[in-house]
Design a protein around this ligand. Structure first.
Ligand code: TPP
Ligand code: MG
Length: 556
């Protein structure tokens, strides 16, 4: 008799071939054969408390490791719960595979338990969504889904596996099992050489260039190329999303607070790996006379919402290296001549920094959010991965907190999803046990997915959780106050005064309440020392708002 293998075991083999070391899941009868396969393949199974968290964790795992993440959820509500996580990964260009259960093919459309049209639901928010039609194709289609994750800018794939397909056993020799490293190619594109020549010319002649290093700089692991580029050509660099930390704070080419000034005054603006979306004012805030170059993995992003002078589709690292090399022979003393431009920006930068400093040092009670984010920034080490999950409080942190290393900044991305924090912290610590993980939550954001703090206790995944607690959904409250007046501002945005430090202790972690600014640093240190998942609940002033919140265009 020939050896047989089941669908769940074929899933595990395909995950192993892709290098996936962990799946995030919440159990269901439809998917248990995958767990059994993971036991054989040595893939860790992390079971969470909500499927949204499983999907966000797969997204986070992908961002940290550069490998695709994987979440496995049951049919019906398991899959619908995971939709938000997949959608977030889709907008954030994060490669992950969601596997959902499905009723048996033999009961297709008969009204089986948890039956839904998952593939139709997932199609608009994935790069690939399909049903696995037969057991012998399981590993083959999993590898196909991974291949699709890397087409253009990366993103999520979805597969539903009907229960009878998953549970059935087929002769081993009948199953196609793609071998590690042999079923997909690198999709890195070097960029049109003619366009790179043009970019080199622009760089050789620009007097006031500026570059924005977006999330794809991290996705492409282009830190070294970007660093060489800005140093050799003497170009001031701004960073956003996962691109933050490409240069360390204090680096002479690292700028942050003078971005608007730079983009108004520059004669050459190079946008790398970030779309002209709401975060960029849809491209309208760039000087109308500047030459604008856009580099992106996705051809659909280049030139979208705003005309550009030069677009290059491809890998940020390959393109920046090639452009720097091509420019080096023709730049003459142009790079050195940019000294005054960098000094001009540094002056603007320093002025903006000094203007805010009194708030960052404020001793006020209730605590000024600026003081909290300042203390966090001072506390971060080169090995601390920083995660922001919240509204107004995270908007404060965006101005002040500067990651000290590349790949050490995580935010949801352009979907703006509240509730990513616990999942990202879990995945970051799981993938990089050698790193410290610190997550700043809004109290509203934490309460969406906070039960998964327990998962982190259960799997011994220590992290430092900080809650900026204003007992409100403050970012929304601001908009209501501005639009309808203070007396009508308290509708649908007021939360209880929850002592989240106690919540952490209840679930087996370390917890503290902080009401005095001088207590923030010692509490952070005790959380670090505790070696446990922790929540430092910091009571911040509910009646101050971040400038970023007050400037949000949706309220204007
Ligand atoms: C899943 C989700 N639901 C709702 C929103 C809309 N939203 C944006 S900011 C915000 C308030 C968040 O409150 P909190 O996390 O406490 O931060 P705060 O603004 O109070 O600092 C809300 C509800 C969202 N972005 N994501
Ligand atoms: Mg809040």
């Amino acid at each position: 008799m020939s050896e047989t293998i089941s669908g769940g075991h074929l899933v595990a083999k395909a995950l192993k071939a892709e290098g996936v070391e962990v799946i995030y899941t919440l159990c269901g009868g439809h998917i248990i054969d995958i767990y059994d396969g993971c036991v054989d393949e040595g893939i860790e199974v992390i079971d969470v408390r909500h499927e949204q968290v499983a999907a966000h964790a797969a997204d986070g795992y992908a961002r940290i490791t550069g490998k695709p993440g994987c979440a496995v959820v049951t049919a019906g509500p398991g899959t619908t719960d995971a939709v938000t996580g997949v959608a977030n990964a889709f907008r954030a260009e994060s490669p992950m595979l969601l596997i959902g259960g499905q009723g048996a093919l033999s009961q297709h459309k008969m009204g089986s338990l948890q039956d839904l049209p998952h593939v139709d639901m997932m199609a608009p928010i994935t790069k690939f969504a399909a049903t696995v039609p037969g057991t012998e194709r399981v590993a083959d289609i999993v590898s196909m889904a991974f291949r699709e994750c890397y087409h253009g800018a990366p993103g999520p794939s979805f597969l539903e596996i009907p229960r009878d397909v998953l549970d059935a056993k087929v002769p081993l020799e009948k199953a196609r099992i793609p071998e590690a490293g042999r079923y997909r190619a690198s999709t890195r594109q070097a960029g049109d050489p003619e366009a790179i020549e043009r970019l080199a010319d622009l760089l050789a002649h620009a007097e006031k260039p500026a570059i924005l290093l977006g999330s794809q700089v991290w996705t492409c692991r282009a830190t070294d190329a970007a660093t060489d580029f800005v140093r050799s050509l003497n170009v001031p660099a701004y960073m956003n999303g996962s691109g933050r930390g490409t240069l360390a704070p204090g680096d002479p080419h690292h700028f942050q607070l003078s971005r608007r000034y730079a983009f108004t005054e520059a004669d050459l603006i190079i946008i790398v790996g970030t779309p002209f979306d709401f975060r960029m004012g849809y491209g309208k805030r760039l000087s109308p006379t500047a030459t604008v170059v856009q580099i992106d993995l996705d051809y659909r992003t280049v030139g979208k919402n705003r005309d550009i002078d030069l677009g290059i589709v491809g890998d940020a690292g390959l393109i920046l290296s090639a452009a720097a090399q091509a420019a080096s022979g023709r730049i003459g003393d142009a790079a050195a001549k940019r000294k005054a431009w960098l000094e001009e920006l540094r002056t603007v930068e320093t002025q903006a920094y000094e203007k805010r400093l009194p708030r960052q040092h404020s001793d006020a009670r209730p605590i000024d959010p600026y003081r909290l984010v300042h203390e966090i920034n001072e506390f971060l080490t080169e090995d601390t991965i920083y995660i922001g999950d919240g509204g107004d409080i995270v908007t404060f942190s965006g101005q002040v907190v500067q990651p000290k290393s590349p790949g050490h900044w995580m935010d949801p991305g352009p979907l703006g999803t509240l509730g990513v924090g616990t999942a990202f912290a879990m995945a970051a610590k799981q993938a990089r046990r050698d790193k410290e993980v610190l997550c700043l939550f809004g109290d509203g954001a934490f309460s969406l997915t906070g039960w998964d703090f327990e998962t982190m206790v259960r799997f011994d995944l220590p992290f430092i959780g900080v809650i900026g607690n204003n007992s409100s959904m403050n970012q929304i409250r601001y908009g209501q106050a501005a639009k309808y007046g203070e007396d009508r501002a308290r509708v649908g945005n007021t939360l209880g005064d929850i002592r989240y430090g106690e919540f952490a202790k209840l679930l087996g972690g370390h917890g503290e309440e902080v009401r005095d600014p001088s207590e923030i640093r010692p509490a952070l240190e005790r959380a670090r020392e505790s070696g446990k998942p922790s929540l430092i609940n910091v009571w911040v002033d509910p009646d101050v708002y971040a400038p970023g919140t007050m400037n949000q265009t949706m309220y204007k």
